[in-house]
Design a protein around this ligand. Structure first.
Ligand SMILES: Cc1ncc(COP(=O)(O)O)c(C=O)c1O
Length: 411
């Protein structure tokens, strides 16, 4: 079959399946066309189904997109966070018992790798404006044990990176940006994920671009990169020059089976990577459409400004709008009732990730520190949620979101 025939066949099949006729206003949508499917088929037809050349190509295009020198693909954003910290421990840049400053409102696997690796999360409250780590509270949370600040660009809203980097420099701290919800977002003209020592991404299906499951770690330091490559792949010897290697009692042993570090197997396969290669090409347009949709909904909900709050960012930033966040500020109304009303009207809703993480059952008895009270985090836990704002939503979806929210308050 010629490639034109294959392409037409796939386009026809996709059209028949009417993916864009969304009955439900979903929180997420994998924005694929025939290119993702053809590239994945290409990997399958070449019988290249584990980590290989396509994964390298995906890493190269992502590192170029972010202007970060090193990129290592992994099987999830959670694994990206786990391996980033494992590599810092491996190189003794940090040690067990060290503290990591994190926002109290974010996703669970920002902090679970810390508990798993014997590091101590220090929960700092979020700011009112857009529910990101409050950079004004970081300095007072720092102790002699603090080694890392981990801002998370929540729902695509960029964190105050100038302030965070200034504090990090003053106290000689490492900064790791969790960009799992913020592909392509910009802080003052610079892309998030390029503003720190290390950054992590997720390509789970709910995110702005997706490989089904997947993740990426980016860094500026070659030694750290080499450690990451080994740890993501059983801890094996990476980039060996000869077929057999020697170490201690392991004389002239098969280099492929020399294990140098305590590692995991969290590799990404070439089928997923071939989706990622096509998705990156679409990212800027996807985000433009998300921003346009968000602006339309925001503008048309202005009449409810005494009842709901919608997070914002400064004009010099570009939000990637992972979702469209809303919180209730009028105490006469209840967040869960609004969510149920939206769901009854086929509009999906989600919590702002883990709410207030130290209140979660998994973490409440574990070793961490909570800096001060967490009033904004607990307010968001109890009053906020997000809905979808992705590029598969059309004008009538957006109008339905607006009219349904308005009608809830008129009821
Ligand atoms: C901020 C943040 N970090 C990490 C993750 C974990 O990513 P994954 O689902 O790919 O494991 C998520 C998941 O959505 C997230 O929102």
């Amino acid at each position: 079959m010629s490639s034109d025939n294959l392409k037409n066949l796939i386009i026809n099949e996709l059209n028949k399946r009417n993916h864009f006729d969304l009955e439900k206003i979903s929180v997420a949508f994998p924005y694929f066309d025939h290119n993702e499917i053809i590239n994945a088929l290409d990997s399958l037809l070449d019988l290249k189904i584990s980590q290989g050349q396509k994964t390298k190509e995906f890493e190269n295009s992502f590192s170029k997109y972010l202007s970060m020198p090193y990129a290592a693909a992994v099987n999830s954003g959670s694994s990206a966070n786990l391996v980033a910290f494992a590599a810092l421990l491996d190189l003794k840049k940090i040690k067990k018992g060290d503290e990591v400053i994190v926002p109290s409102t974010t996703f669970a696997t920002v902090v679970s790798p810390l508990y798993q690796l014997g590091l101590v999360p220090v929960y700092v409250d979020i700011e009112n404006k857009n529910w990101n780590l409050n950079s004004n509270l970081i300095e007072e949370a720092i102790t002699k044990k603090t080694k890392v600040i981990m801002p998370v660009h929540t729902l695509g809203f960029p964190c105050e990176m100038d302030k965070i980097n200034e504090i990090a420099q003053k106290y000689n701290l490492i900064v790791i940006e969790d960009c799992c919800e913020a592909h392509g977002a910009k802080y003052k003209n610079s892309i998030v994920g390029s503003l720190s020592d290390i950054s992590t991404f997720s390509f789970f299906v709910a995110h702005n671009i997706t490989t089904g499951e997947g993740g990426m770690i980016l860094c500026k330091d070659e030694e750290l990169y080499q450690s990451i490559l080994s740890i993501r792949e059983f801890g094996r010897l990476i980039n060996y020059k000869s077929r057999f290697s020697s170490y201690g009692n392991m004389n002239n042993y098969d280099s492929r089976y020399m294990f140098m570090k305590n590692g995991y197997n969290v590799r990404l396969n070439d089928i997923s990577s071939s989706l990622g290669i096509e998705q990156i090409k679409k990212l800027d347009n996807i985000n433009k459409e998300r921003r346009r949709n968000a602006k339309y909904v925001r503008d048309n909900l202005k009449l409810l400004s005494d009842k709901i709050y919608i997070p914002t960012t400064e004009d010099h930033n570009l939000c990637a709008y992972y979702g469209f966040p809303i919180s209730l500020i009028d105490k006469n109304f209840n967040r869960n009732e609004l969510c149920l009303y939206l769901e009854e009207n086929n509009i999906e809703t989600r919590a702002i990730m883990g709410g207030c993480l130290p209140d979660q059952p998994a973490f409440d008895n574990q070793l961490h520190r909570i800096h001060d009270d967490l009033p904004i985090s607990r307010y968001v836990r109890d009053n906020a949620f997000f809905i979808g704002i992705h590029s598969a939503l059309n004008q009538s979806h957006l109008d339905k979101i607006i009219s349904t929210i308005i009608s809830f308050f008129e009821k």
